[in-house]
Design a protein around this ligand. Structure first.
Ligand code: HQG
Length: 171
């Protein structure tokens, strides 16, 4: 398996695997990944070091690993609450747009709505689902109105929900 595919498999095991009993902060034993899922320690180190989005981290003692964001399982990865920049972007696919304009951005299967700092990143996120469309999010107004924002350790902005009043289509 290529390192890219191993990384995808690891993302599933650290974000979405309902069969594993995660620690409250989202940590999974390195020994479990090695003994039950076919990774070597070298694989895991290479994935942490080379991952383009720095998605994963080891615990200090190297006994555990976790994903820094993107989970569907209920864990607390100790996200840092932060004041957002004035605007952020959300990339989605064309066929979700009408629904989003009706009900706002929901986190769907994940714990949070994911927002991007740049239009380019948002386009790439949207492409994963189809023809990309980018929403501009008035994060400043949301923040003034009491919404909370979190910045993951790999630089992804997260929030719980974005109501339609804060959304505009980016052309
Ligand atoms: C859409 C990747 C209909 C939402 C990326 C998205 C990201 C709605 C899809 C991270 C909706 C959920 C997350 C509504 C939201 N009606 N559709 N009301 N509200 N949606 O994959 O943001 O590579 O769970 O627009 O880079 O695409 O995995 O979220 O299209 O940072 O590290 O529902 O995943 O990171 O899709 O992607 P997803 P996402 P990684």
């Amino acid at each position: 398996m290529s390192i890219k595919n191993k990384s995808k498999r690891l993302a599933y095991l650290l974000r979405h695997d309902r069969k594993y009993q995660f620690d409250v902060n989202g940590w999974r034993e390195v020994s479990d990944l090695i003994n039950k899922h076919g990774f070597t320690l070298e694989d895991l180190c290479a994935i942490v070091d080379t991952n383009n989005k720095q998605r994963f981290e080891f615990s200090e003692d190297m006994q555990y690993m976790r994903a820094r964001q993107g989970h569907s399982i209920q864990v607390d990865v100790e996200l840092e609450e932060c004041a957002p920049p004035p605007f952020l972007f959300h990339g989605t696919a064309e066929y979700f747009v009408n629904n989003i304009l009706e009900e706002g951005l929901r986190s769907q299967n994940r714990l949070h709505v994911h927002l991007s700092s740049t239009i380019e990143t948002a386009i790439n996120v949207g492409k994963r689902h189809g023809t990309p469309v980018v929403f501009k999010v008035d994060t400043q107004k949301m923040f003034k109105n009491g919404a909370k924002f979190y910045l993951s350790r790999n630089g992804v902005w997260l929030t719980d929900y974005v109501a339609t009043e804060y959304l505009s289509l980016e052309k």
